[in-house]
Design a protein. Sequence first.
Length: 414
Amino acid sequence: MNRGLLICTMLFLSIFSGCLTSEESEDGESHLIIWEEVALDKGGIFSDHPLHKSMDMEFIPSLGVVLVSEWPKDDDSAPVISTWRFGGVMEKIGQIPFPERGDVVYSGGSQCGIKLALMPDLEDRVFVYRCMSNTSVVIESYDLDSNGLIISDSRENLLTLDTGNSWGSYEHLVGEIEFGREGDLWVFMGYGNMDNTSQDPKSPFGSVLRMVVNGSELRPSTENPYLENDSWNPLVYAKGLRMPWTAAQDKSGSWWIGDVGEFGLERIQLLERPGENFGFYRHTWIKPDNASCTACERFSNDRLNYSRGNDHIFMIEDSEAVESFYAAIWVGEIIPDTNGTPSELRNSVIFGDFTRGFVRSIGVEGGNNSTHIGHLVGVVDMEVLDGHIYALTTGVQVSQDNRNPGIWRMVFPD
């Protein structure tokens, strides 16, 4: 049930076409942030929203465009990367399908997204992380033309990883991919519904991978545990994750990871050093004294967790929260420390729940207390551009009553 969702009137001839806010809801609650929708050319009054199947985005400031990865339009088509002019009303420049579709069933049940990353200071090449089958993932790269469209025949397969099993699940494979502040490529890998991958340091699944890009080659980072312990896979930096779908790096270089749970708790894990183990194993979380915790010298408890109960305080504090059996935590960005940012939100991490819609923040330094700040359903990605946080929302896996796909800018009410 959606409680009090307010949609502001569309503002034409402006970059923003509306806002989602309940600054003053019926119980007197005030949100600390407002989401203003970026206006875009929807290409036809009766067509689906053009961002309905969106999965991830990357801004390219030098070209004034944003890239959006999208699920295919039907079971026989390939997924695409669309390119949009960003500024004023967003206009679609075009879209290019992936040249190799892979053996993937793109549906609400498969849950295998397509993640994008741009190397700092290299804005004519995009890195893509996606499933190729129900047991394998690929990291590849594509060159971009002068309009920001991918050049399909420039595809380079940089790395393919497979669980090696005859069966598996698309559901828990592709997590976040980002270049860190230090320039390394970080890949967050789900456990693929394989029983022991998360506690097997030789397996890349249920892990965080850290690599250096050298042309068309991906090399293990010299910070990885393998250099000190050859029982680890050379690519693996940390273990013990279930589905690290989203992550954000703070100024210290630590990663805040949204680890999607399983009928129990949604968690934020804080990755601060190589060799950490967050304890996921066979559909539960275990402690270092468990014999199945095989790489637990640097065991780490979660920084924050919440249950899927509809009576949870996170739900209660958001009067618009959507009651649902399902939940999926996301971690967005570190809120920029700018003059317009309220002091209580500076140096904090924004996070929320994809299905329920509550949006909260947690301080980077110390403690596990969080603050309710707003509401937005269907968030699949967040990026910072010119000091502002933008959120991408999808219509996929969102109930018809609550879906509202688009790109939204976070602003602070007066």
